[in-house]
Ligand binder design. Sequence first.
Ligand code: SF4
Ligand code: SF4
Length: 68
Amino acid sequence: MVEMPLIDREKCNGCGLCIRVCYCQALVLVDNVVTVIETEECGWCTQCEAVCPTNAISCPFEIVIEEE
Ligand code: SF4
Ligand code: SF4
């Protein structure tokens, strides 16, 4: 299963900001609520979470950088 951002449909106001920042077209508006399309292209950049004004998006993945 691909890890993808989670959307709280109750909080999404359909502003589309997250769609604009996502470089992999993983986010689309359906009935004015963002829906996530599962894709291997999601780079877990967390930009969608960062720009969302209503905290409707959460990225449940953690990027761990290991030191050599
Ligand atoms: S984490 Fe980045 S690549 Fe993945 S859906 Fe959000 S904006 Fe798009
Ligand atoms: S930025 Fe947030 S409120 Fe705006 S469309 Fe995306 S999930 Fe919905």
